[in-house]
Ligand binder design. Structure first.
Ligand code: GAR
Length: 194
């Protein structure tokens, strides 16, 4: 795809992965623009990060649910992303399960970064799962999103060692360095196939 790719980003946390995507765009490494950033938490730093960078940033109304992503909210998000003419939806630390109608409206166009080498350690706090399990290595995965939890086809992975002195937090920091490298690279890779 030679035209500039339009990205939508959904996140629930600090948005360091979105920052890595922004940096890759800024450096010319990635021919893309972030046209819409959405978060299910009004106070999430990803929204502040986006606004500071002059990006359009919106809160997703999840009707008071802490973890559920209600159908109406998914429909509203799909509509907003569609109106913004998003080509690829990037989940960047987004902690709710995406399903219909979002999956139907963006078939094979929703991708996620997960902090383990899938299929190992799907679900929450994958870095802690790896430490608790006594794993000798872990890492991260960029994959297409399907209706399962962290089950879609894999686009790119990176591995890091788990050191004997690691806590869940130090392992997560090491994994995040790799996340920030492979997420922009994976977007670049799939953009050539659109
Ligand atoms: C990242 O480590 C990402 O892999 C993880 O949340 C963190 C968000 O960090 N995502 C998941 O665990 C999804 N199951 P960020 O907000 O700094 O990008």
């Amino acid at each position: 795809m030679e035209t500039k790719l339009k990205l939508g980003v959904l996140g629930s946390g600090s948005g360091s992965n979105m920052q890595a995507i922004m940096d890759a765009i800024e450096s010319g490494e990635l021919n893309a623009e972030i046209v819409l950033v959405m978060s299910d938490f009004p106070d999430a730093y990803i929204l502040e990060r986006a606004r500071k960078a002059g990006l359009r940033a919106e809160v997703i109304d999840c009707a008071g649910y802490k973890t559920k992503f209600p159908d109406e909210s998914q429909a509203a998000v799909a509509q907003a992303l569609k109106s913004a003419e998003v080509d690829i939806v990037c989940l960047a630390g987004f902690m709710r399960l995406v399903k219909q109608p979002l999956l139907d409206i963006f078939p094979n166009r929703i991708i996620n970064i997960h902090p383990s080498v899938l299929p190992a350690y799907p679900g929450l706090m994958a870095w802690k799962q790896a430490v608790d399990d006594g794993a000798s290595e872990s890492g991260c995965t960029v994959h297409y999103v399907d209706a399962g939890m962290d089950t879609g086809p894999i686009i790119m992975q990176a591995k890091v060692p788990v050191l004997s002195a690691d806590t869940a937090e130090t392992l997560h920091q090491r994994i995040q360095l790799e996340e920030h490298r492979i997420y922009p690279a994976a977007i670049k890779q799939i953009a050539t196939k659109l």
